[in-house]
Design a protein around this ligand. Structure first.
Ligand code: 5AD
Ligand code: SF4
Length: 435
């Protein structure tokens, strides 16, 4: 047998890219590649990129610059760009960056093995189509290698919402749901390989329409799989939280009590300008309804500060919404103008105002995150252990609320779910003892 070729893949951005990278590694496995941890000895380097904010996109070009000496030292090294920057700037990358051999958009990954062959023969290959066929159906089945206890599973891709700031509808295309049978089969295979927790992924995961009862229907089908103990999903849009999904938080014991439900802003004027199609009040009432089903639900959100037209009053409204809801964690960003999106055409706010507002918002969110964590001390939670901790004799896992929890315990706990009493709250994790 010939030596396997070495593939180094670097993943930027969201969890869907993490999932896609795994699938690309598996697909290129069929072309004789094994994954390696550094680019130095690699035969192929793939960058799986993110285009959501300007800074994320810039990273690709600087990383390509850093790869130049490697390519000069080894002219046989192949360099590929995948993901949303590939989709948005494919042709530009090819003309600006002669060292790039391959550009593949997120909807064309199943064509990667054929593209790799072309590249191995010395050609350059670009594919940023949105083909009819479903890439996941056409990709190789996932190999049954042993895996860690948690996994991502993409069930839906793309977005039809067209928020005025967002590139996703352009880079990932229209909403497409995978068929239930495929997802259930993939989930069963994952469970056989040792997975106990699956996070269902989609840019608009709760708009999943592959099941006649929507995402809730899919969750209930997955809950029937023996050995699958925990189900999560991300990312959701408030307007797609239907009754069945809200009920599932109360009724489905395998659905974990954590929900990432981005609101972006607390000002009705800005929500309208963002084309979010919901008001601040809609969001607050929705949260009340979900909490009525699951009172201890841990909530998370995304926020954008400094959107065009945002006044200090609008910003105060966002801070007030945060106080009204109370989040267990959240992500917040300065608005970043993205070419081709409606908001990019509008007058932009000065950078220093954005920075100031971001600090203020993050201070409040950090305070809430700390309070949520501190509130866990003294409680008993179930933890799914995922790996060894930093200290000897320590293992770390996640509670249902997605808090990282460290305990003293044997390595054999990894892959197990155990009851833990929380005894301390650190900056980003909890400490507990097995009960
Ligand atoms: N600028 C800043 N943040 C953005 N997001 C999406 N587009 C932009 C942008 N142009 C944020 C939103 C979204 C998260 C994934 O990224 O908050 O929910
Ligand atoms: Fe982007 Fe999410 Fe809005 Fe879709 S719903 S346009 S992915 S922010």
């Amino acid at each position: 047998m010939s030596e396997p070729k070495k593939l180094f893949i670097k993943t930027y951005g969201c969890q869907m890219n993490v999932y896609d990278s795994e699938r690309m590694v598996e697909a290129l496995g069929g072309n004789g590649y094994v994954q390696v941890d550094t680019p130095d000895q690699a035969d192929m380097v793939l960058l799986n990129t993110c285009h959501i904010r300007e800074k994320a996109a810039e990273k690709v070009y600087s990383e390509l610059g850093r790869l130049r000496p490697l390519k000069e030292a080894n002219p046989n090294l192949k360099i590929g760009v995948a993901g949303c920057v590939a989709q948005a700037e494919g042709e530009e990358i090819m003309s600006r960056m002669p060292l790039v051999d391959l550009v593949v958009g997120p909807q064309a990954y199943h064509r990667l093995p054929a593209m790799e062959k072309a590249v191995a023969e010395g050609r350059r290959a670009v594919d940023t189509d949105f083909p009819e066929e479903d890439k996941f159906d056409t990709l190789n089945e996932r190999p049954r290698a042993t895996r860690g206890p948690t996994a991502f599973l993409t069930v839906q891709e793309g977005c039809d919402k067209f928020c005025a700031f967002c590139v996703v509808p352009y880079t990932r295309g229209a909403e497409v749901s995978r068929p239930v049978e495929r997802i259930v089969k993939e989930a069963r295979d994952l469970v056989q390989a040792g997975v106990r927790e699956i996070t269902l992924l989609g840019q608009n995961v709760n708009a999943y329409h592959g099941h006649d009862r929507g995402l809730a229907g899919l969750i209930w089908d997955l809950a029937d799989i023996d050995g699958l103990d925990r189900i999560r999903f991300t990312t959701s849009h408030p307007n797609d939280m239907d009754d069945a999904l809200i009920d599932a938080f109360g009724d489905c014991s395998k659905l974990m009590p954590f929900l990432h439900l981005p609101v972006q802003s607390g000002s009705d004027k800005i929500l309208k300008a963002m084309n979010r199609k919901h008001t601040r009040d809609d969001y607050l009432r929705l949260i009340d309804r979900i909490r009525a089903k699951r009172p201890d639900l841990m909530l998370s959100s995304d926020f954008i500060v400094g959107f065009p037209g945002e006044t200090d009053q609008d910003h105060q409204d966002t801070l007030q919404l945060i106080r009204d809801v109370t989040f267990g964690q959240a992500f917040s960003f300065k608005y970043s103008s993205r070419p081709g999106t409606p908001a990019a055409e509008r007058p932009q706010l000065p950078e220093d105002i954005k920075t100031e507002r971001l600090y203020e918002l993050q201070a409040l969110l950090t305070q809430q995150q700390k309070a949520a964590q501190d509130g866990m001390v003294g409680r008993e939670v179930e933890v799914l252990f995922e790996k060894k901790g930093r200290m000897p004799g320590q293992v770390v896992g996640k509670s249902g609320f997605l808090h990282a929890v460290y305990v003293q315990g044997p390595e054999s706990m990894i892959g197990q779910i155990a009851r833990v009493r929380i005894v301390e709250s650190g900056p980003n994790s909890l400490g507990g003892v097995l009960v």
